[in-house]
Design a protein around this ligand. Structure first.
Ligand SMILES: O=C(O)C1=C[C@@H](OP(=O)(O)O)[C@@H](O)[C@H](O)C1
Ligand SMILES: C=C(OP(=O)(O)O)C(=O)O
Length: 437
């Protein structure tokens, strides 16, 4: 467990580029593995989570290799996944687990899923329910957690499923099961979540339609699909850029350009919220990369003011709350967040983990059932930790959020375990040290 003390080492300046989008990276490997022919992917995030997806797709028959900066994926075709001969180790990755369960649900194969201590606590019942309706069978504990074994159904049965939680992973699991199911599988999404599966499935040639009915998104996918190989360029991950956006906003003297950041509307909530708090975030050279809107972001140190965050924006910044809480801890006045029950079932309980960590670093935080209330310092650096390190609970976003807090503290913040950062942002510590040097 490598611990690390993150201390102020200077304002953030210059230019940097964050790694590829994690959601798009997972999907490019999965969809490439289901296409017939060679898919080429550049800008792939080479973090542990995406490598778990890669290993699983190899175990089910896809040939995946890297040469130079390009990943080459030779797919097996929809319906062509082979039975893996060992358990699929999902590591720390909820996205790998839930999306692959969807894929396997409509293949006549059996697979066992295992994961680390964090993933083994996370709820899988949310995908087991619709995938069982489609015909898949599960040997799982009553709580619906890993390890579990699933038996796919061939043929699976198309369903219409209305999402009971705002989750792109559940939506994607059902749509992916629908790829190899005869007929039309329908997902109704009352609250919009990230739409990378829809965009990319269409790009790979699936017949998928999205309609807005009474304010809800209705997504229909035709089964027995044939996917055609694509050249995918993965844009930079806005969820990774978030740490540098907040670090620059709260560190005096900062003026930083973050290049090539994906700005898909379903992911861009944090930028909106930070601007409403007074953050100076400028978009330069807005363009399209791989079918997604992208820009370079110029971020300057700003005096932030606390706000009430509208719970409606939550799905478009669901992974960014840990670092938003850090921005709020440095703002003037109070920031109130609510409607964030989903944060309790991520890699850690992110409400309690961030309340504990920020309190230990000297911030004033109240934990409520579905959100945090944070009384900001008015721009003064946080005191920082002494003695006891903050606990990351195997959660990369807690580790990186508290690293950013350390950079805006007097004594620094000691983080108990930096290894989870490898799941989504392997060069984070290097980039932070470089930008603040
Ligand atoms: O579909 C995806 O790629 C993701 C969806 C979100 O999870 P939920 O669907 O559980 O909200 C998000 O937290 C995760 O990091 C990636
Ligand atoms: C929730 C996250 O990922 P996953 O669900 O894939 O583990 C995340 O990256 O913040």
């Amino acid at each position: 467990m490598p611990s690390h003390r993150f201390t102020f080492s200077g304002p953030l300046t210059g230019r940097l580029r964050v790694p590829g989008d994690k959601s798009i990276s997972h999907r490019s490997i999965m969809f490439g593995a289901l296409a017939i022919g060679e898919t080429r992917v550049t800008g792939l995030l080479e973090g542990e989570d995406v490598m778990a997806t890669t290993a699983a797709m190899r175990a089910m028959g896809a040939r995946i290799e890297k040469s130079g900066e390009t990943w080459h994926i030779h797919g097996v075709g929809v319906g062509g996944l082979l039975q893996p001969d060992a358990p699929l180790d999902m590591g720390n990755s909820g996205t790998s687990t839930r999306l692959l369960m969807g894929l396997i649900a409509s293949h006549g194969i059996t697979a066992q899923f295992t994961g680390d201590a964090s993933l083994s606590k996370r709820p899988m019942g949310r995908v087991i329910t619709p995938l069982s309706q489609m015909g898949a069978n599960f040997d799982a504990s009553e709580g619906g957690t890993l390890p579990l074994t699933m038996h796919g159904a061939l043929p699976a049965v198309p369903i219409t499923y209305r999402l009971p939680v705002a989750s792109a992973q559940v939506k994607s699991a059902v749509l992916l099961a629908g790829l190899n199911t005869p007929g039309i599988t329908t997902v109704i999404e009352p609250v919009p979540t990230r739409d990378h599966s829809e965009r990319m499935l269409r790009g790979f040639g699936a017949e998928l339609k999205v309609e807005e009915v009474d304010g809800e998104r209705v997504i229909r996918i035709h089964g027995d699909a044939e996917l055609k190989p694509q050249d995918v360029v993965v844009p930079g991950d806005p969820s990774s850029a978030a740490f540098f956006i907040v670090a620059a906003l709260i560190t005096e003297g900062s003026d930083l350009v973050i290049e090539n950041v994906g700005l898909n509307q379903t992911r861009a909530g944090l930028i909106e919220v930070l601007r409403a708090m007074g953050g100076q975030i400028e978009e330069l050279d807005r363009r399209e990369v791989g079918g997604e809107p992208v820009a370079d972001l110029r971020v300057k140190h700003s005096a932030l003011t606390g706000i009430d965050v509208d719970p409606e924006v939550a799905p478009s910044m669901i992974d960014e709350f840990p670092v938003l809480f850090v921005a709020a801890a440095l703002a003037k006045g109070t920031t109130t967040t609510s409607g964030l029950d989903e944060l309790r079932v991520k890699e850690s309980d992110r409400l309690s983990a961030m309340a504990d960590a920020l309190t230990l670093a000297g911030a004033r935080v109240e934990e409520r059932g579905d959100g945090l209330v944070i009384h900001g310092s008015g721009g003064d650096p946080l005191p920082g930790t002494s003695g006891v390190p903050v606990t990351t609970h195997l959660d990369h976003r807690i580790a990186m959020a508290m690293a950013v807090a350390g950079n805006a503290s007097r004594k620094g913040v000691e983080v108990d375990d930096t290894s989870p950062i490898q799941t989504s942002f392997p060069n984070f510590m290097h980039l932070l040290a470089k930008a603040a040097a």
